[in-house]
Design a binder for this molecule. Structure first.
Ligand code: PLP
Length: 389
């Protein structure tokens, strides 16, 4: 037996483990410390009431012989949900047909699994810093990786370098961890670049619901030319609070390699995936009802309020930062090594954030704060941070 030796090339995912260890050590020495966590990328507000109601109704259906459901008819997702997603896209002027939508158990699985469609000989372009799954899943399958620098100079939203050749491009906007976005023109530059190379863009739109700027597309398919070069991944985790219940989807447009990639993805999913639960899909559908959209937006607005609180305070303190406007993440320049800053905040303010260096080399010297705690805790954390900065 030979193992996949590419796993030896993956960096230890020590970021959140190391954070937990440092916090544990600190609280062991200071048991009375009131730690505020602004490091988590997980939601804290409960599911919208109409989503819960739809879930309960679906559970009840499963308990009656007339309405019980086993495996879904196909792994792509129930039509009722794909129709609802398609209608949602039309709300912001984007045409995506239900048959182009593939429902899944979340964007992370799709990020990792989509690489099955591509030869290991492809060169992959990944922005740095970014959500680490893109890098790790391609290292696991042995692909050549090149990085694209996201820095303060380009507002952490780099443009393509036309001299660089690649086959697969990852873009994440609004970005985790920097909160940066691509305006229509910037995203169009990527689409044109990908089309000129015959490359594919894997566009991660997990935070689309946080976009507030009118010139920032919430879907790559709002950009002319994207249907011949892009796959879009999306998640309900931060939009509807499904981090614990799990649902997401991927859009593979008909025009991509004349429909071949859509067929391959459907084939891959039907071979290796048996679909998202009926109950979960009914909950996702409920999030698209008028009331569902309103209730989910209320939760998002609460996170946005926290993000603004953090961002305004940093502006007042004269600290360079991005994010917060179209994103639940605030990316600040700490002026020191990211881990030193982590210790300073933990020890001086009892506030936990995430060192930027955990998201790539360009993250060194930066720090991520998240808006997912309560308003009161966020406010308190800011007051404490002000005292140590
Ligand atoms: N994509 C990005 C950019 C994320 O930040 C996350 C979660 O933090 C995910 C995908 C994962 O989404 P899901 O919970 O749907 O798997």
């Amino acid at each position: 037996m030979k193992i996949n030796s590419n796993y030896d090339k993956i960096q230890n995912s020590y970021l959140f483990v190391e954070i937990a260890n440092r916090v544990k050590k600190y609280t062991a020495a200071h048991p009375d410390a009131d730690i505020i966590k602004l490091g988590i990328g997980d939601v804290t507000r409960p599911l919208a009431p109409c989503v819960v109601e739809a879930g309960l109704k679906a559970v009840a259906e499963m308990g009656r012989v007339e309405t019980f459901r086993g495996y879904s008819p196909d792994s792509q997702g129930y039509e009722f949900l794909r129709d609802a997603i398609s209608r949602y896209y039309s709300l912001f002027g984007v045409k995506v047909a239900p048959h182009e939508i593939h429902v899944s158990d979340g964007a992370k699985s799709d990020c990792g699994n989509i690489v099955d469609l591509f030869d290991s000989d492809n060169t992959v372009l990944i922005p740095d810093p970014v959500y680490p799954v893109y890098l790790d899943s391609n290292v696991m399958s042995g692909r050549k990786i090149i990085f694209c620098d996201a820095t303060e100079e380009n507002d952490f939203a780099p443009l393509p370098d036309k001299k660089v050749k690649c086959d697969i491009i990852y873009l994440c906007a609004p970005n985790n961890p920097t909160g940066s976005v691509f305006t229509y023109d910037k995203l169009k530059a990527w689409v044109d670049y990908a089309n000129s190379l015959g490359a594919v863009i894997i566009f991660d739109a997990a935070y689309e619901a946080f976009v507030t700027q009118p010139d920032v597309p919430r879907s790559i398919f709002a950009v002319e030319g994207a249907r011949t070069c892009a796959i879009e991944l999306c998640s309900y985790s931060k939009t509807a609070g499904f981090t614990g219940t799990r649902c997401g989807y991927t859009v593979v447009p008909d025009e991509l390699l004349g429909g071949k990639l859509a067929k391959m993805w459907a084939r891959r999913q039907s071979t290796k995936f048996n679909g998202t639960s009926y109950i979960q899909q009914r909950m996702a559908e409920a999030a698209y009802s008028d009331e569902g959209i309103r209730q989910c937006r209320e939760n998002i607005a609460a996170y946005q309020k926290n993000a603004k609180l953090i961002s305004d305070a940093l502006t007042e303190m004269g600290v360079y930062h991005t994010g917060g406007v179209n994103s639940p993440y605030i990316w600040l320049k700490c002026g020191t090594d990211s881990w030193d800053f982590f210790d300073r905040l933990l020890e001086g303010a009892n506030v936990v954030g995430t060192p930027g260096s955990g998201f790539g080399k360009n993250g060194e010297g930066y720090f991520r704060l998240t808006a997912f705690n309560t308003y009161e805790k966020t406010k308190e954390a800011i007051e404490r941070i002000k005292k140590v900065l």
